[in-house]
Design a protein around this ligand. Sequence first.
Ligand code: DGY
Length: 320
Amino acid sequence: MAKPLVFLTRSLPDAVMKELKDRFQLRSNPHDRPLSKKEILKGIRNADGLISMLSDPIDREVIDAGKKLKIIANYAVGYNNIDIQTAAERKIAVTNTPGVLTETTADLTFGLLLAAARRLSEAEQLLRSGKWTGWAPTQLLGTDLYGKTIGIIGMGRIGQAVARRAAGFSMRTLYHSRHPLSPTAEKSLSITFLPFSHLLRESDFITLHLPLTGESRHLIGQKALHAMKPTAFLINTSRGPIVDEPALIRALAEKRIAGAGLDVFEKEPRVPRRLSRMKNVVLLPHIGSASTETRVRMGMMVLENLSALFAGQEPPNMVN
Ligand code: DGY
């Protein structure tokens, strides 16, 4: 029997590529860049499966062009880039990669917390510029993490992994979530649920761990930013559009908050020039899940989803 034709929009780690080539007839992107819409429309034609990246908009036009498409396997846990409704209408399975990137993303969140609080980027830049004149008592003073309050918005897998790390840093942890945890789970994580507005007022660090939906878009806008402490930091490793970027830039410029650590942006890969000129922000190019181990695990999960579907079974990570 002929192997199913799978269209892959971006090269994955070698170990995953090898498996993909063994199991499927693979049509892949020969360039080291995202494909244009035109290229995606062309690639999806007569493909049985699609492996998409979070940066590929898989809208109605793309889905309609995939006349033989049976599965869209997203190489990400977030799937806001896919028109889920159209996929469901066409009876196309959509899958994601939950669980395997939890700890890696939580690690990076703490990397950003530390970098923003202790001014790591500024400090490294000073050293590399050759302008460092030696230790000084008031040089590059930051703020401590230990003993401070962290407010976690979104208490799914990643939120919980961040809470575990916060306990290790002796932080007090507050959270807000659409689905509060059970009292037992709250106790074991040492976390306290607060309404959104209270959490904003009380936290020294706010970190976002929720999916991008119509409801969460611009959740952190001017009103939320003005409710935060002027000494507080905002950390975002989830999705850029959850934060109203122009409002954040104004809040940072007006010193309504102390700083930010961002791994995601509203219109990636575009980062507003004003933001990249600010000293009180740490900016990373969406590397939340970017460890070799995790990117391989994500690829293997994509493979499992595709293999199950083509074997006539329900893929383990269906989102629709
Ligand atoms: C995801 O999987 O949604 C992450 O943002 C990837 O880095």
